[in-house]
Design a protein around this ligand. Structure first.
Ligand code: EPU
Length: 424
């Protein structure tokens, strides 16, 4: 493969000790769902603290292709309006860009009675079915059929009808999709075994600000009292707990001292517990998280779980840290069935890590060395970036488009903390 076809790359000099301050950007998985929520109303939805990441751009393009307007009046702000949406079918090339885009289905079928889409794209981190989305729509009276590669959902004449929906798995985007559809259904929908992730909670609050009537927020039992229409709102996107966690891990594993501003401190307990167990110092102040590590890291084992367990999106970055910890750490991935793409890349850098199905065993500490590695998904990319920080010599990271999907200005944020990193 030529360099050209590999796209931009990061060149990272190892041996950095991260010091200083960094500000966390808005959360990818909140903003993407919020953008889909704009389809539920004729009025403007204004979002602030919007991260400049490529997933926002590709979902914005998708909304425009449906007839919505998506404007960025200033950096960090989006104004979305779905008054003129006349197309109810998501174009396959855009739906395949990211997984969140399937969340246009719920709003479209609830408001317009029809929605069609190919299965969504996103990282290849497991089978990622969408059965709970579809069975939720069906429970509310929609008929869902398959037309070639497209799923087609049609609401009955009088619209969707509230009901009791059991989620076979507490899927994050499944809960969000069904919940958005339920806001405009007739009567009450109760979602049993709902996902409780902070981004789901944030979407509930946004929908309520738009006039929805959702209660049970943060619990596994969500009640949605349907309303005839929703109105516009202005909402601030919550800070990204995964980005905050990535910087916290980076600070600890480089033996640095970093103040992380705007970290969503209330939703990061699982990570704090594991980082402390590994020997890092975590101090929580007014809106600021300070992470430092003066001594040696110790092995810790963990499971990646639905919230409030340790986030699957921090699994790979934590594995990178554990290559620097003394002892054997055992990792169990309990959310996705293919989150181990990073393992081979870390091995190229000298890590002693093996994976068996959904588990990984890391022995440390190992001296990592610079190598040419790939960012195979957003979080596998974060893992190799973190490994590059402590490696001896220079690491070249290819396919960094994956990092651009979820991390705003990763290179300049790292540079401000003392890392020598270039993007070509
Ligand atoms: N699942 C089902 N049936 C379904 C849907 C999901 O069995 O209908 C299973 C999946 O197979 C998987 C598990 O449920 O094993 C979790 O999937 P979920 O649907 O909860 O994940 P998602 O909504 O596709 C979101 C985030 C992910 C994050 C997960 C888990 C967005 C756009 N993506 O994905 O974020 O890892 O929740 O917290 O919100 C990332 O940011 O790197 C990322 C992948």
């Amino acid at each position: 493969m030529s360099n050209r076809s590999r796209g931009p790359r990061y060149f990272v000099e190892g041996g950095a000790v991260l010091n200083g301050a960094v500000r966390v950007s808005g959360a990818k998985n909140h903003v993407l769902a919020a953008m889909c929520a704009s389809l539920l109303t004729d009025e403007d939805l204004i979002l602030t603290n919007v991260p400049d990441i490529s997933d926002v751009d590709s979902l914005g393009e998708l909304l425009v292709s449906l007839g919505a307007t998506v404007e960025r009046p200033e950096a960090g702000k989006l104004r979305l309006n779905a008054r003129d949406v006349r197309v109810f079918e998501a174009p396959t090339d855009l739906i395949s860009e990211n997984r969140a885009s399937f969340q246009v289905m719920g709003p479209l079928v609830a408001r317009h009675g029809f929605a069609a889409s190919a299965p969504p794209g996103g990282d290849v981190i497991g089978q990622r079915p969408i059965d709970v989305h579809l069975s939720g729509f069906e429970a509310m009276g929609a008929t869902v059929s398959r037309d070639g590669e497209r799923y087609v959902a049609r609401a009955p004449g009088g619209g969707l009808v509230g009901t009791r929906v059991f989620m076979d798995y507490p899927s994050v985007s499944g809960t969000q999709n069904v919940m958005m559809a339920a806001t405009l259904a007739r009567g009450r929908t109760t979602i049993v075994n709902a996902a409780t992730e902070p981004e789901v909670q944030a979407l509930c609050l946004l929908l309520n600000a738009m006039g929805a009537r959702i209660s049970g927020i943060g619990s596994q039992l969500l009640d949605v009292e349907g309303v005839p229409s929703l109105h516009g709102a202005t909402a601030r996107i919550m800070p990204d707990r995964i980005e905050a966690g990535t910087f916290a891990i980076a600070a600890a594993m480089t033996g640095g001292d970093v103040r992380i501003h705007d970290a969503p401190l209330d939703v990061m307990d699982a990570l704090f517990t594991k980082l402390r167990a590994a020997g890092a110092r975590i101090e929580v102040g007014e809106g600021v998280l300070r992470v430092s590590c003066g001594g040696h890291l110790r092995a810790v084992s963990f499971q990646a779980l639905p919230y409030p367990g340790l986030a699957t999106d921090l699994h790979a970055p934590m594995a990178s840290l554990l290559t620097q910890a003394a002892g054997v750490s055992i990792i169990h991935e309990r959310v996705f069935d293919n989150r181990m793409l990073y393992v081979g890349e870390l091995r190229k850098m000298g890590a002693e890590i093996v994976s068996t199905g959904s588990s990984a065993i890391v022995s440390g500490p190992t001296v990592l060395h610079g190598a040419t590695v790939r960012a195979l998904d957003v979080r596998a990319g974060a893992a190799v970036m973190l490994a590059a920080l402590v490696a001896q010599g220079r690491t070249v990271i290819e396919e960094i488009g994956h990092l651009d999907r979820g991390y705003e200005q990763l290179d300049s944020k790292l540079r401000a903390l003392g890392v020598t990193v270039e993007r070509t």
